[in-house]
Write a protein that binds this ligand. Structure first.
Ligand code: PHE
Length: 358
């Protein structure tokens, strides 16, 4: 049986030499597989006489077991090595520094809202809100703009499709309907501002179909035009952070206020550069007036007992003026470079260095 010892040594040597799981498997097939060398020899046992067959069978089985054990052992070793190699290749290098996170910026609209709310908050105003989709009564009629009133044309209103009952809702054209809702639901005295989105069907360099306004309303028994002027002059100083900013009240017309005025601030436009607070030019920034008695009455407030004032301004416009933003449409382009340039670092105290004058 010398050739068996030789076969066994040869097979064990090749198992030891196998350097991969594939190579090892090839050895297993060639030795112990269906047509393997050991298997073929097993088949040859049938031709021997019983005595020889028993002896040769045992010897051959011993070879088979030895080779199978060796293959198992080698398989374990090679599998461990393969896993180690895979782990080493996949290792994440946790010593790399983290990628820097880019910091977000507050949109100038949000910043301007925060500043305006802070200023009027100091004067005792609280914030009121209302729906963007309004009915005709709150957006127009209660504000002394009856159907057929020419002011309706000036508002370039977005109308929603007619409802089955014929009513047509609108996207609010100003935040004045919030004043109506506030007066309907709360007894005077009132002191609120209404910041929010407004809509008009208009689009060019200085108009976008959606824009923002803040309106203010005071109703009590004694507030008069002098309070209106004092409040808005104080606002202009605080917002533009210029103590002696010239402020001018120019007579105007709104259906919902009487008398009405537009407020201009002093500026210069020398050399095409706008400078607020100095010079002999004027820039319109807001509308205001004493609340019309018909508006009070429409909200169930007795105009013989109560009076007050209201004002309204466009957020984009006063943000453009304060922060030197030249084109209104860029507010809504969602361009990250623009936002990085004009945006504000969040969680900073509003940049009102002066606040209200004591
Ligand atoms: N609602 C007016 C507008 O959008 C602004 C305004 C409000 C004027 C309050 C006077 C008083 O044009």
């Amino acid at each position: 049986m010398e050739n068996l010892d030789q076969l066994r040594e040869e097979l064990l040597a090749s198992v030891t030499a196998a350097d991969s799981l594939d190579a090892l498997d090839a050895i297993r097939v060639s030795a112990l597989g269906r047509k393997g060398r050991v298997t073929e020899m097993m088949k040859g046992l049938g031709g021997l006489d019983p005595e020889q067959r028993r002896e040769a069978g045992q010897a051959l089985n011993a070879v088979k077991t030895a080779v199978a054990d060796a293959i198992d052992a080698r398989h374990g070793g090679l599998a461990d090595a393969a896993l180690d190699a895979e782990l080493a290749a996949d290792r994440i290098d946790i010593t790399l520094p983290a990628r820097p996170e880019s910091e977000g910026r507050l949109h100038p609209i949000s910043q301007t809202f925060d500043e305006i709310i802070a200023i009027f908050g100091e004067m005792g105003f609280s914030v009121a809100e209302g729906p963007d989709i309004e009915d005709d009564f709150h957006n127009f009629t209660a504000l002394n703009i009856p159907p057929e009133h020419p002011a309706r044309q000036m508002h370039d209103t977005f109308y929603l499709p007619e409802k089955p009952d014929g009513e047509r809702l609108v996207l609010r054209t100003h935040t004045s309907p919030v004043q109506i809702r506030t007066m309907q639901n709360n007894p005077p005295p009132l002191r609120i501002i209404a910041p929010g989105r407004t809509y008009r069907c208009d689009s060019d360099m200085t108009h976008t179909p959606m824009f923002h306004q803040v309106e203010g309303l005071i109703v009590d028994e004694t507030t008069h035009m002098g309070h209106l002027k004092g409040c808005l002059i104080e606002f202009c100083r605080a917002y533009f952070e210029i103590d002696d900013v010239p402020v001018r009240f120019r007579p105007s017309y709104f259906p919902f206020t009487e008398p009405s005025a537009e407020v201009d601030i002093g500026c210069s436009r020398k050399g095409g550069e706008l400078k607020i607070g100095a010079g002999d030019d004027w820039l319109e920034i807001l509308g205001c007036g004493m609340v019309h008695p018909k508006v009070l009455a429409a909200c169930g407030v007795d105009p013989d007992k109560y009076q007050g004032f209201a004002f309204g301004m466009g957020i984009e416009r006063i943000a453009m003026l304060k922060y030197g933003i030249p084109d209104l449409r860029t507010f809504f382009d969602a361009d990250m470079r623009w936002l990085r340039h004009y945006g504000f670092v969040p969680l900073e105290v509003p940049t009102l260095l002066r606040g209200l004058t004591p």
